[in-house]
Design a protein around this ligand. Structure first.
Ligand code: C5P
Length: 217
């Protein structure tokens, strides 16, 4: 496919999601929030009380995921789960099931299908390394653990969840470890990725930097 893709990978709460959606808006591109697919699968696994040991069962949920994205709303079949999938419990489960090769395989084709004209902005952990290795621009967005915990805290409070800074920091470090330490598709910057550290940078500045890189490609 020669439909242009911009990949934005990075650790949890690095601001990828916000930056990706702003870039997609600016360029009129489609958006793939790949983390949402893992969260949707995790939500279904939690609801069905499937244990992590049931890889085949969870992979089947991923394979048959009735996911729909419309505007900023995420649906499981007809249910709006945009709020539910952002809970910490779901994020934690998502990062656990994301280590199962069967689950990653099940979500592979689904993700490729998002590559549609006029272009795609894809955010996640392995967008530039595994799913869209031929992307026109690859960005690796990072920030210090403290900066990310602070953002995550604000995000949760703004969404009406309760949150505790120390717990968040511990959760985030555990999730970083799972994401970078797993055998399949570990979180790592692609060799040809531009690294963007946003610890001391606002969203606007990050968006402008990515657009500048894209324009000069
Ligand atoms: O990005 P987000 O926090 O929504 O992703 C939830 C979890 O899904 C992550 O912690 C990560 O383990 C997993 N994930 C992944 N590969 C992706 C996107 C997300 O493994 N491309």
């Amino acid at each position: 496919s020669n439909v242009p893709v911009i990949t934005i990978d990075g650790p949890t709460a690095s601001g990828k999601g916000t930056v990706a959606s702003r870039i997609a808006d600016r360029l009129g591109f489609h958006l793939l929030d790949s983390g949402a697919l893992y969260r949707l699968t995790a939500l279904q696994a939690l609801r069905g009380a499937l244990p992590l040991s049931d890889e085949a069962g969870i992979a089947k949920l991923a394979q048959q995921l009735p996911a729909r994205f419309r505007d900023d709303v995420i649906y499981l079949a007809d249910e709006d789960v945009s709020h539910a999938i952002r809970a910490e419990e779901v994020g934690n489960m998502a990062s656990k099931i994301a280590a199962l090769p069967g689950v990653r395989r099940a979500l592979f084709d689904l993700q490729l299908g998002f590559r549609q004209a006029p272009g795609l902005v894809a955010d996640g952990r392995d967008m530039g390394t595994v799913i869209f290795p031929t992307a026109k621009l690859k960005v690796f967005l990072t920030a210090s653990a403290e900066a990310r915990a602070q953002r995550r805290y604000k995000q949760l409070i703004d969404k009406g969840f309760s949150a505790n800074m120390n717990d968040l920091l511990a959760d985030l470090r555990a999730r970083d470890e799972r994401d970078t330490g797993r055998a399949v598709a570990p979180l790592v910057a692609a060799a040809d990725a531009h690294i963007l550290d946003t610890s001391a940078m606002g969203v606007d500045q990050a968006v402008e930097q990515v657009l500048t890189w894209y324009t000069h490609k």
